[in-house]
Design a protein around this ligand. Sequence first.
Ligand code: SAM
Length: 285
Amino acid sequence: MIERTDRQSLINLLSSCGFSLKKGLGQNFLISDDIPEKIARSCVGENTGVIEIGPGAGILTRSLSRRAKKVVAFEVDRSLEKVLSKTLDGFDNVEIIFEDVLKADLKAVVQRLKTECSEVVIAANLPYYITSPIIMEILEKELDISSVTVMVQKEAAQRLCAAVPSKNAGAVSVAVNYYTVPKILFDVDRSKFLPQPNVDSAVIRLDILAQPPVKICDRDYFFKVVQAAFCYRRKTALNSISAHLNLDKSRVARAIEKAGAGINCRAQELTLEQFADISKLLKEE
Ligand code: SAM
C-alpha cells in the first residue's frame, strides 16, 4: 500500500511486484493525488456506479472508490493483478475485470450497476493509443450512463470537444456533439505521469444527451457521410464525399445545396443539421 503517490513510491511498488510498464498498452500511470481526486470530484456522487477503463496501478481507482457506491474496472493487462491487490487492499466496493474493454459487454455491466446505483458514469485515464475507438465504442453502444469523464492527450481533447462547425472539428467531434454535451474540464501537465509522455493532457467530460440534437434517418449512413466528408480535410466536402463514397458529383452537389451549404464549403463548416440533411438526401435519391 502506498500512502502518497509520488514517482519514487510508485517505482518502488511496481518493482516490488516485479511489474514493468508496457508502452504498447499506453501505460503512463498518474503520480499525483490531486488529479485523481479532481477527476473523482467532477463526476462521482455517493450513489454513483463507476465503470473505469484501465485502472493501471489503481491510483485513480482509489479516488473513485472513496466517493462512489461501486466501481467496476476493466484492465487488459493481467500482470497488474499483484499491484492492484496491494493498492486496492481494503477498497471493498471495487471489482476488477481483466478484459479488453473493447470486447467487454458494457451494457450488461451498466445494467448490473443500475440495480444498486442511481446513476452510472464512465471514468478513465485512457490509454492514448486507442482514445477515439474507446470513446466511439462507448457512444455508439448508447449505454444508459450519465457521463464519460476521461483524461486524454490535450490535442485529442481539443478535437473531441470542438464545436460543430469549427476549424478544429473532425468526424469524432460530430459524433461527440451528436451524443453528448462536451466540455474540457482542466489541463494536466506531462510531469504528472510515470513515464513522462511528450505531450500534456486534459480531462474532458461528455454529458450524455437524452435525445440527439438532430433527427437522422439512418445512423450508420449519417456517420458514413460524416467520415467521408472529413476524409480529405483539404478538399471541399463535395469532393471528399463523392471521392470517398464513390458517388456522382452532381448528386452530392445537389444534396449540399439543398441542405443550405455552399458547394465549395469544407466539412468543418457544416452544421449537424446540414450533415443530417445531406445524408438524408443522399440516401433518398
Ligand atoms: N488509471 C491508471 C492511472 O491513471 O494511473 C492507468 C492509466 S494508463 C494511461 C492506461 C491503462 O489502460 C493501462 O493500465 C493499460 O494497461 C490499460 N489498457 C490499455 N488498453 C486497454 C484495453 N483495451 N482495455 C482495458 N484496459 C486497457
